[in-house]
Ligand binder design. Structure first.
Ligand code: ADP
Length: 261
């Protein structure tokens, strides 16, 4: 299958006033078009660094980071980034928040606005266009943030702990909704999460990273019998528990202890 995202032998060293930090060393991974992958691993293993490299926010010290065969040298509209906090502007309505990316990139055509409205509809926010962010629940705000990210039609979505601030029930509902939406729109996605269950239930593949310096420690292909189901359904299967246990053990090994993530 065609790889849309690629890190080839990537090393990244942060340099600042207090010295240098080797964050990741000779890290390689590739993500196929339409694939949903997760990165899990102990704190400091380079998950955020990998997302920042893919987002074009930092450049690798060595190695190549590419999207669609082109080197990533700066942030690109092909790649959308969604964070734990929704960063909705409190003084703008939901619709005008959702249109922000289009406005900034000068691509707010009537077609693009129609598309954003249809995304709001698809994510259950059809009646919320004129509401202000403070009038929405946390789950609704995250859905609005997802619409804002999708409105500019990126090929790839980077998801950095997007559900971790939400109550469990809302988080589980959103996992289902986000997975279904990204599949339907054929998006490629990279999720960083400390929740192994979330990674295993949502992904086609799970990368376990190890630290000091960051590297790929293990990769798990999720079988179609799990990845083909909604995350809430997948979690109920006995084979899901087995996979979860395997990934957990790999994470413990990568952490060199009882698995703080
Ligand atoms: P994770 O997201 O897995 O917790 P990070 O990518 O944030 O890991 O960090 C990887 C390593 O790089 C850690 O040792 C961290 O302290 C270091 N690091 C991250 N960001 C910076 C930075 N801006 N300056 C210096 N060191 C950094």
């Amino acid at each position: 299958m065609e790889n849309v995202l690629k890190l080839q032998d990537v090393t990244h060293v942060y340099v600042n006033a207090s010295g240098t930090t080797l964050a990741v060393e000779r890290l390689s991974l590739a993500v196929a078009k339409g694939e949903f992958v997760s990165l899990v691993g102990p704190s400091g293993c380079g998950k955020t660094t990998v997302l920042s490299l893919l987002a074009g926010l930092i450049l690798p010290t060595e190695g190549i980071v590419s999207v669609g065969g082109e080197k990533i040298l700066k942030p690109s509209p092909k790649i959308g980034y969604m964070l734990q906090q929704d960063y909705l502007l409190p003084w703008r309505t939901i619709l005008s928040n959702v249109l922000l990316g289009l406005e900034i990139s000068g691509s707010q055509t009537p077609e693009a606005v129609d598309y954003a409205r249809s995304l709001l509809e698809q994510l259950g926010l059809g009646g919320m266009e004129r509401r202000m962010p403070h009038e929405l629940s946390g789950g609704m705000r995250q859905r609005a943030a997802l619409v804002r990210t999708l409105a500019t039609r990126p090929d790839v979505l980077l998801l950095d702990e997007p559900f971790s601030a939400l109550d469990l029930q809302i988080k589980l509902q959103l996992e289902d909704l986000v997975q279904t939406t990204l599949r339907r729109l054929s998006k490629t996605a990279v999720l960083v999460t400390h929740d192994l269950g979330e990674a295993a239930a949502m992904s086609d593949r799970v990368f376990v990273l190890g630290a000091n310096p960051g590297h790929v420690s293990a990769v798990f292909d999720m079988p179609e019998s799990i990845s083909g189901l909604l995350p809430t359904e997948a979690r109920k299967l006995p084979e899901f528990q087995e996979r979860f246990e395997e990934i957990w053990q790999a994470l413990e090994q990568a952490s060199g202890k009882g698995g703080e993530t």
